[in-house]
Design a protein around this ligand. Structure first.
Ligand code: UDP
Length: 306
């Protein structure tokens, strides 16, 4: 039910507003050949059933590569949630699955990309979960940060077994196992063809590794933040709970924040917005998807100004 109202400019059509609760605004570039072109009138107000538009799924008509050419990126930050390291387990690290992930990262690096990695810790410990059980939140968050260091070491091990040189830099100093975060040193590692794995998020409680990823993406001047997770993009509602959920091909930072869409925490999204870093959300569980996303052929949602 509902109608979508748009303005037609000559042979182009721009959807301006929808009465549907899930309001998607089409980017106004040419190529949305969904609507019949008509010479006259030059400007007209049109209405058509929203159900028709929905069946055509306008989001699929957007060519994300036209907005952000993924294939021209030089340096990216890849954020992997801790839960993807679990594979099919309920907890912890599945070494076989980490090896598969490392293979994907290696393939991406072999395209010539410089890669910074940030890995979450949710497969081992989350501060919020500890706090829910009565722990002091800050104490629990430090435990969560230590979990990210364990994951970083697991990924370093898997990458080095494939012959990919890496360095781990932790925001909580622990010089027996890894380097501290030193930006210039990280730059040098990247120049030398190493992957830099940033561990322990921002190094402070009340944050998440998403914020750590946004921070490192900004300071390392990455062209994009790629968030590899267990869903293939950003949806208007939770796709695990609602089979009608619609995935965005692109969505603005403002909409993500205003509608509280589940992408990353708000501080991470705001940091990316302020530094104009596109966030590319994709499923890292689909084999080969990282390479497809980087070549512009994958399924993902790109969060950026539109
Ligand atoms: N954490 C933190 N500060 C940071 C990064 C992480 O306190 O800068 C803690 C926080 O408790 C968080 C846990 O580390 O729950 C694991 O990180 P996160 O939940 O971001 O992992 P993911 O969901 O990506 O697996």
């Amino acid at each position: 039910s509902g109608v979508v109202v748009g303005l037609r400019f000559g042979d182009r059509f721009r959807v301006r507003r929808t009465h549907l609760p899930r309001a998607h605004v089409l980017p106004p570039e040419p190529g949305h050949a969904v609507f019949p072109a008509s010479a006259e009138p030059r400007l007209s107000l049109c209405a058509f059933p929203a159900s028709w538009l929905r069946t055509r799924n306008p989001l699929r008509y957007t060519d994300p590569s036209a907005l952000m050419p993924l294939s021209t990126m030089k340096r990216v930050l890849l954020k992997l949630s801790g839960e993807v390291l679990m594979g099919d387990q309920q907890f912890g690290i599945d070494s076989a699955f980490v090896a598969e992930l490392a293979n994907e990262v290696k393939a991406a690096k072999e395209t010539g990309l410089e890669i910074c990695l940030v890995i979450g810790g949710g497969n081992i410990f989350r501060g919020m979960a500890g706090a829910a059980q009565g722990m002091d939140r800050a104490q629990a968050d430090y435990m969560g940060m230590l979990a990210t260091v364990m994951n970083a070491l697991a990924m370093q091990n898997a990458l080095e077994q494939l012959g990919v040189p890496t360095r781990v830099q932790s925001a909580i100093e622990m010089d027996k196992v890894c380097e501290p975060v030193i930006r210039r040193r990280a730059e040098r590692h990247l120049e030398k063809g190493r992957i830099v794995i940033f561990a322990a998020g921002v190094g402070a409680p009340y944050f998440t590794t998403d914020s750590g990823a946004a921070l490192r993406a900004a300071e390392m001047k990455c062209d994009a933040l790629l968030k590899g997770t267990s869903v293939d993009g950003v949806y208007d509602t939770d796709p695990k709970k609602n089979s009608d959920a619609v995935r965005f091909d692109t969505v603005s930072y403002g909409k993500v924040l205003a509608d509280n869409l589940k992408v990353m925490d708000a501080s991470a999204v705001a940091l990316c917005r302020d530094n104009q870093i596109p966030i590319v959300v994709f499923s890292i569980r689909d084999k080969g998807n990282l390479a497809r996303v980087l070549s512009g052929a994958g399924t993902q949602t790109i969060v950026q100004d539109q």
